[in-house]
Write a protein that binds this ligand. Structure first.
Ligand code: ATP
Length: 374
């Protein structure tokens, strides 16, 4: 039987390495039984945060709580957590069975108990046939399952995963990701999973904490961080291809304007950034034929197609505008479009974003008014 899952609470946790602030005042509550993913670019501090929870690093400030207790004075082995690393860190000279049971034997468990527990975990991870082999005789995916099993054998209150899928090929990555999600549903244990891969984060996490430069930028469900990003960093990091941007500046009449768009009403901001996801653009061939939208409504802008990426189930249409950087529109597989063509493009304004100069999301962009584009 699995133990009670534990909540993990971080209160203003800080960790510096010399001049580098790896973790800057992170406050985060991971609920008991939750699968939380920490995601962010390389160097954002996510592994350090995990190591602080495990007790492998000591914070320079703040508190880590596991369950109802602060754990500053609790040794890593007594924290009721088990960590799975990217490098499987299996003992090469031991069989799979011994690798699985080692943690229990150093804790003084009896042979019968170890055998029973190892058998149980091996069965649940389909490792039964491999118990007599050594790590060198296993595939990468099998080694990762043994590493997972070694954590499970201890029946911890919290699992910590540090990029455990990075060494696996694409297919195995998907499969192991599904296995971890299934394991979470089955065990109901608190799991904290670190990755730099935003697709992995959104597909696996019940909630996701997006980190940048040592700080948590946003915590929310995958839907929330994708549809209502707290700031430009989150908007740009989550989503592939990345969100399209357009710099806006205040015109002489006090309205924000950029490229073909002029937004109604005076703005308190001198500058802002418009963000539009590729799937919130609808492109149609020709500069005059309006794409699907309100009858008689003119296309919102026209652009030339620079390149089309065909991914089978969808196409990514790279445009030469608006603005200098160009935008990408996501289109269905049947749209007839090719490099060099002119397309007219409609924007789903109700799903757009407007960001302040400091990056903060202000809300959605209003439908532009002003002169229609030429
Ligand atoms: P990655 O995805 O590349 O593993 P990460 O988000 O997990 O990155 P961390 O490993 O937590 O990032 O590192 C955060 C910052 O702290 C980085 O700038 C890193 O160079 C620095 N850092 C981490 N560990 C140490 C250490 N032991 N000594 C010095 N600096 C460190």
């Amino acid at each position: 039987m699995t133990r009670e899952p534990r909540a993990v609470t971080l209160r203003a946790v800080r960790k510096c390495f010399g001049d580098v602030t790896a973790v800057a005042d992170v406050t985060l509550e991971i609920h008991a039984g939750e699968l939380m993913v920490l995601v962010g670019p390389s160097g954002c501090g996510k592994s350090t945060l995990l190591r602080l929870i495990a007790g492998l690093e000591e914070p320079d400030g703040g508190e880590v709580w596991i369950g109802d207790h602060p754990v500053a004075d609790v040794e890593p082995r007594d924290r009721d957590v088990a960590m799975v690393f990217q490098s499987y860190a299996l003992y090469p000279h031991m069989t799979v069975a011994r690798n699985l049971g080692f943690g229990l034997s150093v804790r003084g468990a009896g042979r019968t108990e170890i055998e029973a527990r190892v058998g149980e975990v091996a069965a649940s991870l389909r490792l039964g046939e491999l118990l007599g082999r050594r790590p060198g005789q296993l595939s990468g995916g099998q080694q990762q399952r043994v590493a997972l099993g070694r954590a499970m054998v201890r029946d911890p209150g919290v699992f910590l995963f540090d990029e455990p899928l990075s060494n696996l090929d694409a297919a195995l990555r998907l499969q192991t990701r599904d296995e971890i999600a299934a394991l979470h549903r089955r065990l109901g244990t608190t799991m904290i999973f670190v990755t730099h891969d935003q697709v992995e984060a959104l597909s696996l996490g019940q909630r996701v904490a997006v980190m940048d430069r040592g700080r948590v930028q946003q915590v929310g469900t995958p839907h929330e961080v994708y549809r209502r990003p707290a700031n430009l960093f989150v908007a740009g990091f989550v989503g592939s291809p990345p969100i399209n941007r357009l710099a806006l500046t205040r015109d002489r009449r006090g309205r924000l304007a950029g490229g073909p768009f002029t937004f109604p009403g005076p703005s308190t901001h001198r500058e802002a950034t418009l963000g539009v996801r590729p799937e919130d653009l609808t492109a149609a061939p020709g500069s005059s034929a309006a794409p699907p939208g309100p009858v008689g409504a003119p296309p919102e802008f026209t652009a030339a197609v620079l390149r089309v990426e065909s991914l089978g189930s969808e196409q990514r249409v790279h445009l030469d505008g608006p603005g200098e950087a160009g935008w990408v529109a996501r289109a269905g597989p049947t749209l007839r479009v090719a490099a060099g063509m002119k397309v007219s493009v409609r924007v789903a304004w109700e799903r757009t974003h407007l960001f302040a100069p400091d990056g903060r999301r202000l809300g959605r962009a209003p439908r532009p008014g002003g002169a229609p584009p030429s």
